[in-house]
Design a protein around this ligand. Structure first.
Ligand SMILES: Cc1cc2ncn([C@H]3O[C@H](COP(=O)(O)O)[C@@H](O)[C@H]3O)c2cc1C
Ligand SMILES: O=C(O)c1cccnc1
Length: 371
C-alpha cells in the first residue's frame, strides 16, 4: 500500500449488518418457549449475531479467535507505565505464547484460537516465532509528546497489515474476533487519540493504566497534554493522526477493524487501545461500529468516553483492568450462550468428557447412616 492510501473507500465499502436477519431473530425469540425478555441482554446479543451473520436462525459461534496486536511505544521512556519500557512488552508476548497469560488460559477454556501479531515490538526478531514476527513493521515508536510515532509510510504499511489480517481471518472461517493488544505505554497513546477525537483535555482521559501512582499520573497527564497539541492539527487526516500520535500497532488495529467490517466479520473490542482505534475507524466509516461489541469498562476514563461516542454498551462488568484481550475473551461465553440458545442446530462440544474422580467426602447416605 502506498502513502496515498484512500481511506474514504471504506466509507462506501462498509455496509450495515442485515436488518431482515435481525428482525427474524427478534421474531424467533418470541417463538421459543420462554418468557418475553427471559434471556435478558442475551436476546439483543443474539439479534446482533443474526444481523452480522446475515442469517436467522443464527449459527452457533464455533470458530472464535483471540487476536492480539503487540507493539512498543516510545512514550514509555518517560516512565508512564508500571511495566518496564525495555523488555516489558516482549515478556507479555512470551506469556501469551507459552500459555501462562490469563488470556491464553481463557481461550483454552472457551475453545478459542489465539493469534499474536507483532507489529512493532522493540525486541530482536529471533525472540519470537516466525509467524508472530511476520507482520512487524518496525521496532517501537517515537515519543509522541515531541515527535511523530511513525512515518506516514509506516502508518500505511501497518494499516495494510491489519487489512490483510482481516481478509486472512475471514477466509480461515473465523466467525468472531476477540480483539486485544499488548504494549507498555499503550494506555497513554490511546488516551491521546481518544482525547483528540472526543475534544477533551488531558486530565479527562488520563488513567492509571498498568497501576501507576499519583506522581506518575502527573507525568502521564503532562505527556498526554503535550501529545494532544500535536494531534489536534491532524485530526482531519486519520493516517496522519495515526502517524503523529498513534503507532504501528494502532494503525494495524484500525486497518483490521475497517476491513473486518467490510468482510462482515464481527469483533469484540477490549480496552482503551481497541476503543481508540475504533474511534479512528468510525471517523473513516461511520457505519463500522455496528460490526463491533464492547467487552468491559477497564477503569480508564478515556474508555467510557470512547464507548459513549461509539454508542456501545459493555457486555460484562468484571472490572478487568489489563488489556491483553482478557475483557473480550471473558465476553465470549455470553456470545456463545446467545447463539447457542437462539440457533436451530445444536453446538456439539469437541471436548472429551473428563472421568470423575472418586470423592473422598462423605455422601448424604453415609452421613445420615451415621446419625
Ligand atoms: C503485571 C502486569 C501485566 C500486564 N499485562 C498487561 N498489562 C497492561 O498494561 C499495559 C498498558 O498499561 P500502561 O499504559 O500503563 O503501560 C499493557 O501491556 C496492558 O495490556 C499489564 C500490566 C501489569 C502491571
Ligand atoms: O483499557 C485497557 O486496555 C487497559 C487498562 C488498564 C491496564 N491496561 C490496559
Amino acid at each position: 500500500m502506498d502513502t496515498t492510501v484512500d481511506l474514504d473507500m471504506f466509507a462506501a465499502q462498509v455496509e450495515r449488518p442485515d436488518d431482515a436477519a435481525r428482525r427474524a431473530a427478534e421474531q424467533r425469540w418470541q417463538e421459543l418457549e420462554q418468557p418475553r425478555g427471559g434471556l435478558g441482554r442475551l436476546e439483543e446479543l443474539g439479534n446482533w449475531l443474526a444481523s452480522v451473520q446475515g442469517a436467522s436462525p443464527v449459527r452457533p459461534v464455533t470458530a472464535p479467535k483471540v487476536l492480539l496486536f503487540a507493539g512498543d511505544h516510545g512514550i514509555a521512556e518517560l516512565g508512564v507505565s508500571r511495566l518496564p519500557a525495555t523488555g516489558g512488552t516482549a515478556r507479555r508476548v512470551h506469556a501469551v505464547l507459552d500459555g501462562t497469560a490469563p488470556v491464553a488460559r481463557l481461550a483454552r477454556r472457551y475453545g478459542a484460537g489465539v493469534r499474536v501479531v507483532d507489529v512493532a515490538v522493540d525486541a530482536p526478531l529471533e525472540e519470537f516465532p516466525e509467524d508472530v514476527t511476520a507482520h512487524r513493521v518496525r521496532r517501537g515508536s517515537g515519543r509522541i509528546d515531541r515527535m511523530d510515532a511513525i512515518s506516514r509510510e509506516e502508518a500505511a504499511a501497518a494499516f495494510a497489515v491489519g487489512t490483510a489480517l482481516a481478509d486472512e481471518e475471514a477466509e480461515l472461517g473465523t466467525d468472531l474476533v476477540l480483539l486485544g493488544d499488548l504494549g507498555v505505554g499503550s494506555t497513554t497513546v490511546a488516551a491521546v487519540l481518544i482525547g483528540a477525537l472526543c475534544g477533551t483535555d488531558a486530565a479527562a482521559v488520563c488513567g492509571r493504566g498498568s497501576g501507576i501512582d499519583d506522581q506518575v499520573w502527573m507525568v502521564k497527564c503532562a505527556a498526554i497534554r503535550d501529545s494532544l497539541r500535536r494531534a489536534r492539527p491532524v485530526l482531519g487526516d486519520q493516517l496522519a493522526l495515526l502517524s503523529a500520535t498513534g503507532g504501528a500497532d494502532f494503525a494495524a488495529i484500525t486497518g483490521f477493524l475497517l476491513q473486518a467490517a467490510v468482510r462482515r466479520l464481527p469483533v469484540v473490542l477490549d480496552g482503551v487501545v481497541s476503543a481508540a482505534c475504533a474511534l479512528v475507524a468510525q471517523r473513516v466509516a461511520f457505519r463500522a461500529p455496528e460490526w463491533w461489541r464492547a467487552a468491559v469498562l477497564t477503569g480508564e476514563p478515556a474508555l467510557a468516553k470512547a464507548y459513549d461516542r461509539l454508542t456501545l454498551t459493555p457486555l460484562h462488568e468484571q472490572d478487568t483492568r489489563m488489556g491483553e484481550g482478557v475483557g473480550s475473551a471473558l465476553a465470549l461465553p455470553l456470545l456463545q450462550a446467545a447463539s447457542d440458545t437462539l440457533a436451530e442446530e445444536l453446538f456439539e462440544p469437541a471436548l472429551p468428557s473428563t472421568p470423575r474422580r472418586p470423592r473422598p467426602l462423605p455422601t448424604a447416605a453415609e452421613l445420615l447412616g451415621k446419625l
